[in-house]
Design a protein around this ligand. Structure first.
Ligand code: CTP
Length: 397
């Protein structure tokens, strides 16, 4: 899987820098080409001579190699690489990456990187547990970077043993499984709905909901990463929600009606659809042309049902197509989910419960069960990226 892959390895100032040698040795043994970019602090822990001997390439550290005007192009490195791995990544480097502080060659290379970026944090537990480090890791993950950690990752509630860099063989295995998965859905087309819908009341007001779109975006990224072509139909989500992968084509809509139309036009040519959006079930019967003024009396807005996108797609679904729905329930979860699956003709339904802490709206984590003809499968609390993998695995495309 790593044969012929070009890897930029970023090394920063941590005692775990010595383990970079083991990472390089394994990557090269598996046929990869490695270019080291090291920070000034990294060089205090390991020498460029060792690293260049292992990689058979000069190590890049400074912007300028010598005082004759030649300089290293971080842009070229960003285009050359199939992946960038930063291992070990200190709290300082993680903070600079999260905030775009480009004061060394490693960060400028990161900011120019066109390939996926993997980050293996290394620091002591106090630094790791500090809210600013945790926030920076979440920020990096929301930018589409892959955080490689021991155990269940930084989003887990238990912190013991955390902060220590993941073992070199597991870091290399993460890269391998990334490249292994990158073609399993080649040629497949997947429609994904994400986010809330807004139903207009007047020119300045709407009925909406708390959906952030995070789960849908994670699903889109995961399908694209596996080589699928993704049509991501999304309601109004925050500007920070970005699908980084070029395989994701995003269509922005506002209301359930617009989402319905977009989905109907895409679905016939799709292999699968995952309906993750929190679609408003009702919309105001009429939209006031001018801002509604306060009158002192009670105010009544009459609502009429919106189209049920899932049910429409369920009706026109063909044998070769897979349709997946979501259900967020507050009570009698399983029975409601089963009923929805049948009613909307889903192949399986992903159930998340509002009763579970860390699951559902506006969180970075989710705890799901997958319900299908075969029964119910429960999953532990995971990051939405990890949850997306579990769901996409079950598409069987
Ligand atoms: N859904 C949809 N179009 C709608 C409503 C829901 O496509 N107008 C999809 C959602 O994206 C989700 C699934 O249907 O995949 C279930 O959504 P939910 O709101 O739980 O279902 P409802 O049919 O609205 O059921 P409830 O009575 O619980 O509101």
């Amino acid at each position: 899987m790593l044969q012929g892959k070009k890897i930029v390895l970023g090394i920063t100032g941590s005692i775990a820098a010595y383990k970079s040698c083991l990472i390089i040795r394994q990557l090269i043994k598996k046929g990869a080409e490695v270019q080291v970019v090291i920070t000034p602090a990294g060089k205090e822990f390991i020498t460029p001579i060792t690293l260049s001997a292992l990689t058979s390439k000069p190590v890049i550290s400074e912007f300028f190699s010598q005082r004759d005007g030649t300089w290293h192009s971080h842009v070229d490195l960003g285009l050359w690489a199939d992946a960038m791995l930063i291992a070990p990544a200190t709290a300082a480097t993680i903070g600079k990456m999260a905030n775009g502080i480009a004061d060394n060659m490693l960060i400028t290379t990161y900011l120019s990187m066109k390939a996926p970026v993997f980050v293996a944090p290394a620091m002591d537990l106090d630094m790791y547990a500090h809210p600013s480090t945790q926030q920076n890791l979440k920020t990096l993950q929301s930018y589409g970077n892959h955080i490689i950690e021991s155990g269940t990752g930084f989003l887990a509630s238990k912190l013991e043993g955390k902060g220590r860099m993941e073992e070199p063989e597991n870091i290399v295995a993460s890269l391998e499984s990334y490249f292994a998965g990158s073609c399993s859905m080649k040629g497949k087309k997947v429609l994904i709905t994400a986010g809330p819908t807004y139903e207009k009341i007047d020119p300045v007001r709407f009925i909406g909901n708390y959906s952030s779109g995070k789960m849908g975006f994670a699903l889109a990224e995961e399908c694209a990463r596996r080589g699928a072509q993704v049509e991501l139909v999304c309601g109004p989500v925050s500007a920070s929600m970005q699908a980084a992968h070029p395989g994701v084509h995003r269509i922005d809509v506002e209301s359930a009606k617009e989402m319905h139309e977009a989905c109907l036009s895409f679905f016939p040519s799709m292999d699968a659809a995952i309906l993750c959006a929190a679609v408003a079930d009702f919309a105001p019967e009429t939209v006031a042309e001018r801002k509604i003024k306060r009158t002192g009396d009670d105010m009544l807005i009459r609502l009429k049902p919106n189209p049920d996108i899932a049910a429409s797609l369920g009706q026109i679904k063909e044998k070769h197509q897979t349709l997946v729905g979501f259900a967020l329930e507050t009570h009698d979860e399983e029975a409601h989910a089963q009923d929805k699956m049948k009613r909307k003709n889903f192949d399986f339904i992903v159930l998340n419960s509002l009763n579970d802490e860390g699951a559902g709206f506006r969180t970075d984590t989710n705890k799901i069960s997958i319900i299908s003809q075969a029964g119910k499968e429960d999953f532990p609390l995971k990051s939405k990226q990890e949850v997306a993998k579990d769901i996409v695995d079950r598409l069987n495309l």
